[in-house]
Design a protein around this ligand. Structure first.
Ligand SMILES: Cc1cc2nc3c(=O)[nH]c(=O)nc-3n(C[C@H](O)[C@H](O)[C@H](O)COP(=O)(O)O)c2cc1C
Length: 169
C-alpha cells in the first residue's frame, strides 16, 4: 500500500497555505462516475466534537452535482510538481471532457469506493454532515458584488466529517 493511514491530529501544514497557496482538489463519486475540481477555499476544524473539513463549491461547477449525489467526498493535496495539473482541473470542466486523463492524474478508489488520485500527497475522506448554499439575503453587499462581478453562482458549503486521512509513504 502506497499510502499510510494517519489521525487527523497528525496532519502537517498550515491550513492557510494548504488551500490558498498549494491548492487542492475536491472529488466526489465512484468508479462508475466521478468528477473533481481545484479548490482554493477550505478549512479544517472541529464541529459537534468531530474532526471536519469544509469545502465551498459554486453552483456553476459540474462537481456540485457529484457533491450532492454522493454521501462522501475526498479532498486531495499534492506536491508542487502537480501545480499544472491542478490549474488544468481548475480551468476545465468535466462537463466537456475527460479532464482527469488530460491532467494526467490516475484515479484510484478507496475501500468505501470513493474516487481519489494516486499522485496525491495527502488524501482526506469525509462523510457529508451538512451542506447549505449561502443565502444572498444574509451576505454582505461587498460579497454580493463579488459574485455579480464574476457572474458566478453562489457557493454551497459542504461540511464533512473526516473519516480517513492517508499520507503518501
Ligand atoms: C486556483 C483555483 C482555485 C479554485 N477554487 C475554487 C473553490 O474553492 N470553489 C469553487 O467553486 N471553484 C473553485 N475554482 C474553480 C473550479 O475549479 C473550476 O471552475 C473548475 O473548472 C470546475 O470544474 P467542473 O465544472 O468540472 O466542476 C478554483 C479554480 C482555480 C484555478
Amino acid at each position: 500500500m502506497e499510502f499510510k493511514r494517519i489521525s487527523p491530529k497528525d496532519i502537517q501544514g498550515n491550513t492557510f497555505s494548504m488551500f490558498a497557496e498549494d491548492l487542492a482538489l475536491v472529488t466526489a463519486g465512484n468508479q462508475k462516475s466521478f468528477n473533481t475540481m481545484t479548490i482554493g477555499w477550505g478549512d479544517f476544524g472541529i464541529l459537534w466534537s468531530k474532526p471536519i473539513i469544509t469545502v465551498y463549491v459554486s453552483s456553476s461547477r459540474y462537481t456540485k452535482q457529484f457533491m450532492d449525489a454522493n454521501d462522501e467526498f475526498t479532498v486531495e493535496f499534492f506536491d508542487k510538481k502537480y501545480t499544472d495539473a491542478l490549474m488544468y482541473l481548475g480551468t476545465h470542466s468535466g462537463r466537456n471532457e475527460d479532464k482527469v486523463s488530460n491532467a494526467r492524474l490516475t484515479p484510484v478508489f478507496t475501500e468505501s469506493g470513493n474516487a481519489t488520485f494516486k499522485e496525491s500527497r495527502l488524501i482526506i475522506e469525509a462523510k457529508k454532515l451538512y451542506s447549505h448554499e449561502f443565502d444572498a439575503n444574509a451576505l454582505p453587499e461587498e460579497i454580493i458584488q463579488w459574485y455579480k462581478q464574476r457572474k458566478l453562482g453562489l457557493h454551497t458549503m459542504y461540511i464533512g466529517e473526516i473519516k480517513n486521512v492517508w499520507i503518501k509513504q
